[in-house]
Ligand binder design. Sequence first.
Ligand SMILES: Cc1cc2nc3c(=O)[nH]c(=O)nc-3n(C[C@H](O)[C@H](O)[C@H](O)COP(=O)(O)OP(=O)(O)OC[C@H]3O[C@@H](n4cnc5c(N)ncnc54)[C@H](O)[C@@H]3O)c2cc1C
Length: 332
Amino acid sequence: MKHSITIAGGGLAGLSLAIGLQSRGVSVTLHEASTYPRHRVCGEFISGVSNETLESLGIGNCLSEATNLQSASWSDASGRLAEMNAPGHGISRWKLDDILQKQFTALGGTLVTNSRIASAPGVIWAAGRPRQPSDWLGLKCHARNLELSHDLEMFTSPDGYVGLAKIEDGKVNICGLFTNRPSSGAKGAGLLISVLRRASLHLLADRLESAELAESSFCGVAGFKPGFQRGPTFSIGDAASMIPPFTGNGMSMAFQSAECALQPALDYASGRIPWREAGEISTAAQAIRFRRRMTAAGLLHHCLTNRTGLKLIGALARRRFLPFQTLLNLVR
Ligand SMILES: Cc1cc2nc3c(=O)[nH]c(=O)nc-3n(C[C@H](O)[C@H](O)[C@H](O)COP(=O)(O)OP(=O)(O)OC[C@H]3O[C@@H](n4cnc5c(N)ncnc54)[C@H](O)[C@@H]3O)c2cc1C
């Protein structure tokens, strides 16, 4: 190979592309700002990624320790709105990212942890959602001894939405996106519970209070906006396009964006095309692949996070007029 490749960001997009390239003989150096294993704010519900995509990246086995999920429910503060099928996998980012980083280093890739680098020509940008002023606060925490009625439970309120998903080892991940208002001073899992109460999701808050919440898994993030992002030329994953979290499709998109980037990055590494062209081909492939779902998810996110939209779709769901399968397909 004529060029080696540097990747900034060892989340799902960066790690899966790094494995795809390294296993095809490209020498890859991946810089990750933190270290492994580590918790990330994420619903940890993976849905909509095909085996072909995972195989093409050389990570066909990465979900073998995940919990298979099928049933899902959607409720608001007043009770259950709908039940549906939402097939997918539940696995913590603590586990999944760690599996992938071990696979990358076993292939001979160079992983530099605790290394935050700047964007530059020759660096594939997989650094996740860019920081920008926004109204959103993401919170997540793992729990034990929390019974779920369905494999995935979704709750909506005008103050945000939250999902509970079964993950590995009998644990449940609780993760939500809320409007970012000054908090009561509560910290850690207590903050999550107080934000749920502020959103009038008291029954859910009561359930969490009686469960065993893993304080060490608690994390939060603010300062990001879903949508297409204006990142460096060769960007993948959330750094290029962050789909609203309720879709449970962001992790799949991270893998799919790595798949879009794989061939152009290989062509650059072998000297067939220059850097800029490789980045442009990858960006164009992602735009084609993600445009429809980003538009649909943006509109639905807007409905799910304002009082009138929620009233309307809640009423449709109660009367069984909401075409869940069609909506789910639109955001996949
Ligand atoms: C509240 C919430 C809930 C979600 N729920 C789900 C869900 O249930 N299902 C789903 O599929 N998706 C969900 N998502 C989205 C999903 O988490 C992301 O789409 C996915 O993590 C994107 O992967 P990524 O590799 O692009 O970025 P990330 O996973 O964010 O990884 C980026 C990495 O880059 C590192 N980094 C940052 N800057 C630098 C730098 N300068 N140099 C080196 N390293 C750097 C970071 O430390 C990080 O490890 C959710 C998101 C949020 C906010």
